[in-house]
Design a protein around this ligand. Structure first.
Ligand code: MIG
Length: 637
């Protein structure tokens, strides 16, 4: 059952598609208080209780023992001591002695202290008093998740080709660079469906422009790639460059579509293009306008996009940098003692994503000015909705690939997400794994991390192990940052190993795609913690390095360097399958702990008793997969 409680005058976030009759928040069944304009509720946790949820967030599947914040943040260091990443996914669930889920439908900051201050207590604080809270009761975690997912509506389904392997980097600067990536993959005979265009394809980072120098005849180029079976996926940033004569800026300015400051002038901040204005994505007419800008690229034959920098990320505000420069000027020629030196340093270091700047932004909602901090977590979702609504109206269903960096629950109906700027760190393979079930619980099915890691240099073995997990993530994209070591599959020695891994993905696409479709239609999870399936098994309950996949499988990637395998826990007898290129090796293993050997070119998979899954032959493009020609692996074959 789902129960709704309302406080004050909530802003419509669009998260819910089902309607519920609301009671006043005083009736909310968990102990709660309102103090200093903040609402706070709490619950106690028994030692064996598990707390799930929060979607794309740091740390484990079990969220206990840390404090998290719902506040979409552009933070490229996903260390375990962070409190928030790019998303605000306000769903948690207690499982154990008591069983319930809570969804906080509230677009401002929320603090989730899940046993951080007091080990056995969770304290959730909403930074405001206008919100809807939903209490979801059920018999099992899956029962609660399914009810919640039904209430927030069906998850976005991308085109089939978006399940192919995708190669990205910041940046393939021009047509030659893109061609050499495609050649690299073709020569190594490694499957590939998409190549990404990062900010440099634009004319000086202006949204909805193409650099003539980089792509002289873009439309023909896009179509030529399409004939080769390759989709080009351009990035779109949230900020619109302030420049006279730039059509998008001038139109937005003239129509008054940009976010304002208190004095009614446009809020301006520096991002990649230099000084930008920021479309007020909370207004329907602005969304409609911004969404229609994508048509420029659709006309060129583009059918996929990634929306970036939409937390929104701010390098500096015009006001912030002026104040900092004034401060520096005033100190010129003076003897700087340590205090003043560090103060000056901190002033410049703290220019990006400043709370003060966010607090100076105003949106218009139903004609009223609303401070950005009250709706911060809706901004990126609004950008995604702008595009998604436009595609829904003007393109066929499931025709356009789109995913976003910032997100909130509700955006899962229009797009997928990627998990942002991770690192080429071994620990980030596990972080990727842990986010998957949590993101699924919050409706985000089409998701994945930058395989191989975004920041810093990757090693060959890290990319292979990362890809072996990526074989199972709906978005399977290798991406890396400017200035880092090249990590395309064909850049390393013995490309056959990479081919062996990526081919496994293509062999599994019929299975993975149907599992995905079913999960969207039936509000199901693709990835589940083991505890969902084996609630009475204490070892399975605390497992954070393996996941259940669909109804048939368990996955357990290798996540450490210089090892030839890993320890895995089998909650029941299973078939251990090693997939590598065309090779399939199976072995029956009994319930319990095993050390299994997994070579760098092998993808491990565990099949439940009595289950089987289809495999097709690999192909260089998803369009060449032969869906009628499948063999089955697993029991009774
Ligand atoms: O400030 O467009 O997360 O994927 O390559 C960095 C450049 C801006 C951040 C994205 C990343 C992308 C990068 N962007």
């Amino acid at each position: 059952m789902i129960y709704k409680y309302t406080s004050g005058q909530p802003i419509d976030t669009g998260a819910m598609v089902m309607e519920f009759e609301a009671e006043p928040v005083a009736a909310f069944p968990l102990p709660h208080t309102t103090e200093d304009g903040r609402f706070c509720f709490r619950f106690t946790m028994e030692p064996d209780d598990i707390v799930y949820g929060l979607g794309e967030a740091p740390r484990g599947i079990n969220k206990r023992g840390w404090v998290y914040e719902s506040y979409c943040s552009d933070d490229p260091f996903h260390t375990e001591t962070k409190q928030s990443l790019y998303a605000a996914h306000n769903f948690i669930m207690l499982s154990g002695s008591k069983m319930f889920g809570v969804f906080a439908d509230f677009p401002a900051r929320i603090r989730w202290d899940i046993g951080y201050t007091k080990t056995d207590e969770a304290v959730v604080t909403l930074d405001g008093t206008d919100f809807d809270l939903y209490m979801i009761t059920g018999d099992t975690p899956m029962d609660i998740v399914r009810q919640f997912r039904e209430a927030i509506g069906k998850s976005y389904v991308p085109p089939l080709w978006a399940f192919g392997y995708q190669q990205s980097r910041w940046s393939y600067h021009n047509a030659e660079a893109v061609d050499s990536v495609i050649d690299g993959y073709n020569n190594a005979q490694i499957p590939l469906d998409c190549v990404y265009l990062d900010i440099d394809y634009m004319e000086r980072y202006k949204d909805f422009t193409i650099s003539e120098a980089a792509f002289p005849d873009f439309k023909n180029y896009v179509q030529d790639k399409r004939r080769q079976g390759i989709h080009l996926i351009p990035i779109i940033d949230a900020g619109v460059k302030k420049e006279d004569g730039y059509r998008v800026y001038e139109e937005g300015k003239q129509k008054g579509y940009f976010c304002k400051t208190a004095d009614g002038s446009d809020f301006e901040a520096g991002v990649w293009p230099g000084i930008c204005s920021f479309p007020d994505f909370l207004r329907p007419e602005v969304r409609q306008w911004f969404g229609s800008q994508y048509q420029y690229l659709l006309d060129m034959g583009i059918d996929g996009f990634w929306n970036d920098m939409n937390e929104p990320a701010l390098f500096y505000s015009v006001k912030g940098i002026e104040e900092a420069l004034d401060k520096a000027a005033a100190l010129k020629g003076q003897n700087l003692d340590l205090g003043r030196f560090f103060n000056l340093k901190d002033t410049f270091m703290g220019l990006s994503n400043r709370q003060e700047d966010y607090a100076s932004i105003y949106h218009q909602i139903d004609g009223k000015l609303v401070n950005h901090q009250k709706v911060h977590n809706l901004y990126g979702a609004g950008m995604t909705k702008a595009a998604g609504d436009y595609f829904a109206e003007h393109c066929g269903e499931g025709e356009i690939l789109m995913f976003s960096r910032a997100s909130t629950i509700g955006a899962h109906r229009t797009a997928g997400i990627w998990f942002g700027d991770n690192h080429s760190w071994w620990s980030h393979i596990l972080l990727n794994l842990k986010m998957l079930p949590s993101a699924n619980m919050c409706g985000f099915l089409y998701c994945g991390a930058d395989l191989g890691g975004f920041n810093e240099n990757a090693t060959r073995d890290l990319v292979l192990r990362f890809l072996a997990l990526g074989v199972f993530t709906p978005l399977m994209r290798n991406h890396s940052a400017l200035g880092t070591r090249d990590q395309e599959c064909y850049r390393f020695e013995n490309t056959q190993d990479f081919k062996d891994i990526v081919e496994v993905r293509y062999r599994l696409i019929p299975y993975l795609y149907s599992t995905f479709k079913r999960a969207s239609e039936q509000n199901d999870l693709i990835f589940r913690p083991l505890s969902f399936d084996y609630p009475d098994d204490s070892v399975a309950r605390e497992c954070e390095t393996q996941l259940m996949l669909g109804d048939e499988c368990m996955i357990a990637p290798v996540y450490e360097q210089n090892v030839q395998g890993r320890t895995v826990y089998l909650p029941e007898d299973m078939t251990f399958v090693k997939l590598s290129g065309t090779r399939v090796q199976t072995q029956t293993l009994e319930k319990g702990v095993h050390y299994v050997k997994i070579a760098l070119n092998e993808v491990p998979l565990f099949l439940k008793k009595g289950k089987k899954i289809p495999l097709t032959n690999s192909a260089l493009r998803t369009r060449d997969l032969d869906w009628d020609n499948v063999t089955f692996i697993g029991d009774d074959v």
